[in-house]
Ligand binder design. Structure first.
Ligand code: I3S
Length: 126
């Protein structure tokens, strides 16, 4: 049974560039505004930076400017019907905020989806 070791791998913190747009705030629809962000999966949350070196700086203002996403109680699902772009998935937070994520790199998006889904699942079991 290798599921244990797989969980360790996919639950490891992940980081890299993803395209993101917020599409709803507390259930209220918003106009799309796609941005490319250096995305970091860190414990129960997703954080966003302009680039990789941004997050190592002691100055975290650029991160806090971009809303963090709390994955506790959130859901993740594929949402290709919500965009003309390929490889789109949606995260819906407990508070009813909705975000789309996307990358043209198929593997990248698969890995992010798995990592986020596994994080959400493991948070649910705590
Ligand atoms: O779901 P929509 O409204 O077709 O999303 C597109 C628009 O947000 C568009 O901006 P305008 O609202 O200024 O027309 C964006 O430029 C597009 O990127 C959005 O569609 P995609 O298919 O890229 O998610």
């Amino acid at each position: 049974d290798t599921s244990g070791s797989e969980n360790i791998l996919v639950n490891r913190n992940k980081e890299g560039f993803l395209n993101k747009t917020k599409i709803a705030e507390k259930g209220k629809k918003l106009r799309k505004n796609w941005v490319t962000s250096y995305t970091v999966l860190s414990g129960p949350k997703l954080e966003f930076y302009k680039d990789a070196k941004d997050q190592t700086a002691s100055d975290l203002r650029s991160s806090t400017k971009q809303e963090r996403i709390d994955l506790r109680g959130a859901s993740v699902e594929w949402a290709n019907e919500k965009s003309s772009r390929k490889n789109v998935f949606q995260i819906t937070t407990l508070s009813g905020n909705e975000f789309l994520f996307q990358s043209d790199a198929d593997i990248t998006v698969q890995e992010w989806f798995r990592a986020i889904r596994n994080t959400i699942d493991s948070l649910g079991r705590e």
